[in-house]
Design a protein around this ligand. Sequence first.
Ligand code: ADP
Length: 257
Amino acid sequence: VSRVVVKIGTSSLMHANGKLNLRAIDQLSYTLTGLVNEGKQVILVSSGAIGAGMGRVGLTKRPEQIQKQQALASIGQSELMTVYQQRFAAYGQQISQVLLTHDVLDYPQSRAYVHNTMEQLLDWGIIPIVNENDTVAVDELDHRTTFGDNDQLSAIVAVRSHANLLIMLSDIDGFYTGNPHQDTEAKLIRELHEVTDDSLKRAGGAGTEFGTGGMMTKLKAAAEILAHHQMMILANGANPSIIFNIMNGEEIGTLFM
Ligand code: ADP
């Protein structure tokens, strides 16, 4: 694997009390820096802006109003990037911020600009940190719609950048036969070659107050990856250094290929 996209969900970046999980961010920073130092190219797709914004203004519940969520994302995005900047700098790693919207990636001209910018950043050994531009788009926020969410954005980024692997980190060990929070019999599925209607039926919504897409958007991301004959691994991001184990080829989480 020489080019890897890592997506980390809000649930891995935030504590239940609304504070940023600094230990997770720190581990993520040194792990990704480690990969770059080994000669790999890394793109990070990071959620967590709204969660960070909520912590900033002292909210414990995600507001219903889209405009409030957008404002929180605007507050939280800079907060999040400041923390990333500090942690990555501690390991000597340069990062950059890339805010995308789906329509940008739909237009050939702007798609080419995004592509060229990303290639330049990766060529310079920088880790681009990608998020949806929440001020101008609501795809990710309106997670009740079938489109959007950073899960799918990460798949699009992985496809467009021809990444060898998409690592999706969540608050759960992988894709189960049912939502383990409701179904005690649910079993971890080790490998999936196809996202069928049956798999979609087994996927439920988000598990926490801060989580967004739930399993559904992760399966849709997996379907996009499979359609392009690429690879995705869904794993638990409680300790982001698990990425090292994944890169070592250990059997972890659910492999989509
Ligand atoms: P993130 O913030 O990491 O994107 P989400 O909360 O959006 O995480 O999604 C992960 C959650 O999806 C799990 O914690 C679990 O509650 C829920 N879920 C629903 N169906 C399944 C399933 N079949 N297998 C695993 N998790 C599932």
